[in-house]
Design a protein around this ligand. Structure first.
Ligand code: MN
Length: 223
C-alpha cells in the first residue's frame, strides 16, 4: 500500500511487488510520473501495472500509457469487485509461478541466540526468516528488506522494542507492517500495555509454538 506517488517510488526501491494497481490523479507526484519512473529503472521496468482511474483520458494520456507498457487500463465506475479481482489475476498470471509461491518474509528481532533458534525452528516451514540481534540492526533490516511481518523482542540492546516501534509505526511505508511482540513481560496488564504501544499482536515467552503460529496467521491474513 502506498498513499501517494512519492511513497510508491520510495517503496519500490526496497521491495518489488508482483504487480501494481496505480491511480493517475494524485497530488504532487501523479500516476504518469510514477509509471515513467518505474519504466526507467532497471529493477522495476517489468513490473505489471494496472491503471485504475477516474480521469477522462486525452489522446496524449493514452499514448503516454501505451508507450510505458501498461498491463491494463480500467476506468473507475466500469468495474465491480469481481471484475477487478479478475483483472488482477490476469495481471499476476503474467509473472512467474515462483514469485507467487514465495513464502512471506518475517524478520525476527531477538538478542538471545537460544530464543532466536527456537523461534526460527517454529516458523521456518511456513515463513522465510530474516534475523537481527539488536534494535539498530533490526531497524536497518526493516528498511532494507520490508518484511511482511516482524517478531519483536521488547528488551533489546542499542534500541529497545519500544523505541523501534515509535520509529516504524510513524513512517511510511513501514507503518503497515504487522508487528508481534514476543516478550517475557507477561504480568497482568502487560499485554494491554504492549498493544497500546502500537504492536498488532502479543505472544509471551517461553514461546508456545501453536500460540505463535496462530497469532502470525491471524495477522498475515490482514496484509
Ligand atoms: Mn531480549
Amino acid at each position: 500500500m502506498a498513499t501517494g506517488g512519492q511513497e510508491a517510488i520510495d517503496y519500490v526501491k526496497y521491495n518489488i511487488p508482483d504487480g501494481i494497481i496505480l491511480d493517475l490523479m494524485m497530488p504532487d507526484v501523479d500516476g504518469f510520473q510514477v509509471l515513467e519512473k518505474l519504466r526507467n529503472t532497471a529493477k522495476t521496468k517489468n513490473i505489471p501495472v494496472l491503471i485504475l482511474t477516474a480521469k477522462d483520458l486525452t489522446k496524449k494520456d493514452l499514448s503516454t500509457l501505451s508507450a510505458n507498457n501498461i498491463q491494463q487500463l480500467i476506468h473507475k465506475g466500469n468495474v465491480d469487485m469481481d471484475g477487478l479481482l479478475h483483472k488482477v489475476r490476469l495481471m499476476l498470471g503474467n509473472t512467474t509461478k515462483d514469485q507467487s509461491m514465495q513464502k512471506p518474509k518475517v524478520l525476527i528481532i531477538e538478542d538471545n541466540p537460544d530464543n532466536m533458534t527456537t523461534i526460527k525452528a517454529i516458523i521456518k516451514d511456513k515463513y522465510k526468516t530474516l534475523e537481527a540481534f539488536d534494535g539498530e540492526e533490526g531497524l536497518k533490516m526493516i528498511r532494507s528488506h520490508m518484511p511482511n511481518m516482524i517478531l519483536l523482542d521488547m528488551s533489546l540492546p542499542k534500541k529497545s522494542g519500544e523505541e523501534l516501534l515509535k520509529i516504524i509505526k510513524n513512517e511510511s511505508p513501514t507503518k503497515n507492517i504487522p508487528i508481534i511482540a514476543v516478550t517475557a513481560q507477561s504480568m497482568k496488564g502487560d499485554r494491554e500495555k504492549i498493544l497500546n504501544l502500537g504492536c498488532d499482536g502479543y505472544v509471551s515467552k517461553p514461546v508456545e509454538p501453536d500460540e505463535l503460529l496462530t497469532e502470525m496467521c491471524r495477522l498475515i491474513n490482514t496484509i
